[in-house]
Design a protein around this ligand. Structure first.
Ligand SMILES: [Zn+2]
Length: 447
């Protein structure tokens, strides 16, 4: 897209959908890529051969955060000739390799190729501090700010001469467990802003633990299993944090005696377990509340009844286990992973419950389950098999890792000056149109 900036900005993914983030700054003798994510569900991504710049001509790849829809194509990028630097925050640097290793498990790469790719990505990537300006080549500089979406998530402020552009990455909500709130962004001429929830606001987040406890206590009464499909990175740790609060604080124990019966919580996800242990090590990047808990000897993402299910045979055993039990497993949108095995059996019993605590993109099993559970005799197709939806399906919207409409608008309004123009990305068309209208009414230009 042409603009008044001394560089061109091209969106190679997630322009009108929520996955496959990939953007490019094309400047005289310098090309900067921002995210290189995998598309999921109905989202589309442009094949590398059709990019305006070949991967060997890209000087820098900036990574806003380590979710697969922002990093999943990095191995493909490397194979296609990219040999520039990969820049991100320190926590993102820690999370990048385990996330990509996991993403490559079912790829066509041989073990040797996988190891080489991982080694190359590790060699090329660097962690940077937030809110410090660093120089790049050709007069560009950049500064990372905390985006509050997952640990290490950043928005990136680029500057060249008197022009500036910000890529929001994914912006989180305020008061998210473990995470610091998003930083205030410095003014910019051009803002590339995510718009996942541009058309709606979340339920009140302050009561969401209460709602989780409330619904858990009801679901546990019939001694079934409660399945929570969750992203291994971010949502899993947030859920562990809140379950720890529910199981340890006296006010919850008094109000919900049903929850005092030693209900085990299983994290059935090798990646979720690995990421939780990385989160545990990155204490310096936690918010104040979590640091205070730790100082009082309450580890915020660990508790007695929490069990890790890492090995495959343990997963098989868990499938046969009777409830009550809470099972957190990936993937978050039920597009694969161990949650699929649980759902194939678990959806068949009315004693069981499924809690959705995150965004479900179009054309994913998660979205279908929510949609068809509202119909009489609803069913869902999993691995080409028709599964009747007998389990109870719940959607807890206050759990999104993305800022809602008000959150996005507030984040922009907190800037000292309005951005010159906003380009909405990372959202479905309906959400973008509604958010665009809101910004226009506030006198803010939107493309
Ligand atoms: Zn994300």
């Amino acid at each position: 897209m042409k603009n008044n900036l001394p560089f061109e900005i091209v969106h190679l993914g997630a322009l009108k959908c929520v996955t496959g983030s990939c953007h490019l700054i094309i400047s005289n003798k310098l090309n900067i890529m921002i995210d290189c994510g995998l598309a999921q569900g109905e989202s589309d991504c442009i094949p590398i051969k059709d990019w305006p710049v070949s991967p060997d001509k890209i000087d820098y790849l900036f990574v806003t955060h380590a979710h697969i829809d922002h990093i999943g194509r990095i191995p493909e990028l490397i194979n296609a000739g990219f040999s520039g630097e990969i820049l991100c925050s320190h926590p993102t640097k820690e999370l990048l390799i385990p996330m990509l290793e996991d993403a490559m498990i079912f790829s066509n790469y041989s073990d040797k190729e996988k190891n080489q790719l991982i080694q190359t990505i590790d060699d090329l990537s660097w962690g940077f501090e937030n809110n410090i300006s660093f120089n790049l080549k050709n007069g560009f500089s950049f500064k990372l700010g905390i985006a509050g979406h997952i640990l290490g998530s950043s928005f990136i402020h680029f500057k060249k001469s008197n022009s500036s552009v910000v890529f929001s990455g994914d912006i989180g909500s305020i008061n998210t467990p473990i995470l610091k709130d998003p930083d205030i962004c410095e003014p910019c001429d051009y803002l590339v802003l995510e718009s996942t929830y541009g058309d709606r606001n979340h339920d009140d987040r302050t009561n969401r633990i209460q709602r989780l406890a409330d619904i858990l206590s009801k679901c546990i009464a019939d001694k079934g299993k409660i399945f929570i499909p969750a992203f291994s990175l971010g949502r899993t740790q947030e859920l562990i944090y809140e379950l720890d609060v529910i199981f340890s604080e006296t006010k919850f124990q008094k109000k919900y005696p049903e929850l005092n019966q030693n209900i085990p919580v299983f994290v059935d996800s090798p990646l979720g377990i690995k990421i939780t242990s990385i989160y545990s090590k990155l204490k310096d990047f936690w918010d104040m509340e979590s640091q205070k808990k730790l100082a009082c000897f309450d580890h915020p993402i660990d508790f007695d009844k929490l069990y890790s299910v890492s090995k495959y045979y343990e997963h098989i055993r868990l499938l046969d286990m009777k409830g009550p039990a809470i099972i957190i497993a990936g993937s978050g949108m039920c597009t694969g992973g161990r949650i699929i095995d649980h759902l194939k059996e678990g959806l068949l019993s009315s004693k069981n419950d499924v809690f959705f605590v995150g965004y479900q993109a179009k054309n994913t099993v998660g979205r279908d389950i929510i949609r068809y559970s509202k119909r009489k005799n609803g069913y869902v197709i999993i691995n080409e098999k028709k599964i009747p939806l007998k389990a109870k399906i719940h959607k807890l919207s206050g759990y999104s890792a993305h800022a809602d409409q008000n959150g996005l608008i507030d984040w922009v309004l907190k800037m000292k000056e309005k951005p010159g123009i906003i380009q909405l990305v990372h959202g479905e068309e309906k959400a973008q149109n509604i958010l665009k209208e809101k910004f226009l009414n506030l006198g803010i230009n939107v493309n």
